[in-house]
Design a protein around this ligand. Structure first.
Ligand code: A3P
Length: 283
């Protein structure tokens, strides 16, 4: 049980001093034996950075069509789904993860799997994370306030630990491994110019696409379409979709007080002092 600043508790799983969602310790412990395939594509992001969105886009790009059968729930999270389930997925698999590069099976590096890494500005991400923890009541059993959640986020006392540590670690991995196929994306860029971003992702995945096809993927995977197609299958305690809430850049302005914003800016200055990461907070 992890208490927030107001004393409300959140249920998390702790394995080897790292915090995870309260799924299965067996899956985390079994990670090293997960069989990785050379054509696996791994989507890496801190929670709530747009994993489901990019997964759906990648699926369309690989298949070369936007008329794929609906997958109700993306049951493909490396650290949450038993390896037997992942083993049963047909190739090429698109697997999601919120783990750091070093926590992932070493075969991903050895087999030079393609990695898509997504960043999102930490203010919108924190707000999204808050709702995620509140909506998944069965897992997190969390009913805290936004005011008390924000310090948890900034202190890295959430599942997957510190956002700052996560993004700067991935920044290091990208810098130190120029030979590895890692495609870096930003939620805000995808929102601002989906067609260009989708075409760029297609190129990385070896699927050069026409502007017309990229436009149809953007439309199929728009927030409104994904929410109406998939949102009904995973709902939270409020009956609303868990993975499709607002889908905007800048919703943080509806949540952060002036003081909270100053505190966050201070944290960013301190924690990202050595980093060259830049984030867009509005479009
Ligand atoms: P919000 O809570 O800000 O709405 P993840 O898939 O990594 O869990 O990220 C979830 C966040 O991405 C949520 O953010 C969700 O609404 C947003 N999202 C999901 N699908 C999206 C889409 N098609 N377009 C834009 N945002 C999307």
């Amino acid at each position: 049980k992890q208490p927030d600043a107001g004393g409300d508790t959140m249920t998390l799983l702790k394995v080897d001093n790292s915090l995870y969602p309260p799924f299965s310790a067996d899956v985390i412990n079994g990670l090293t034996s997960l069989e990785i395939r050379e054509d696996d594509i791994i989507i890496c992001a801190y929670p709530k950075a747009g994993t489901h969105w990019v997964w759906e886009i990648s699926r369309c790009l690989l298949a070369g069509t936007t008329t794929l059968p609906l997958v109700e729930k993306d049951n493909n999270m490396i650290e949450c789904v038993p390896s037997a389930t992942l083993d049963a997925l047909p190739s090429p698999r698109i697997l999601n993860t919120h783990l750091t590069f070093d926590q992932l099976p070493a075969e991903i590096r050895q087999k030079r799997c393609q990695i898509i890494y997504i960043n999102r500005n930490p203010k919108d991400l924190a707000v999204s994370c808050y709702h995620h923890h509140r909506k998944l009541t069965d897992f997190y059993q969390y009913e805290g306030s936004w005011e008390n959640f924000l310090p948890l986020f900034m202190d890295g006392k959430l599942d997957y630990g510190s956002w700052f540590a996560y993004v700067t670690d991935w920044e290091r991995v990208v810098r130190e491994n120029p030979g590895l196929p890692i495609h870096v994306m930003a939620y805000e860029d995808l929102k601002q110019d989906p067609v260009q971003q989708i075409a760029g992702l297609g190129k990385f995945l070896g699927q050069e696409v026409s502007e017309q096809f990229a436009t149809s993927v953007a439309d199929k995977c728009s927030f409104v379409n994904m929410k109406s197609r998939k949102g009904q299958f995973e709902t939270g305690s409020d009956g609303e979709p868990i993975m499709y809430r607002k889908g905007e850049v800048g919703d943080w302005t509806n949540w952060f007080t002036v003081l909270q914003n100053e505190a966050m800016d201070g944290y960013l200055r301190q924690h990202l002092a050595e980093s060259s990461l830049k984030f867009k907070y509005t479009l």
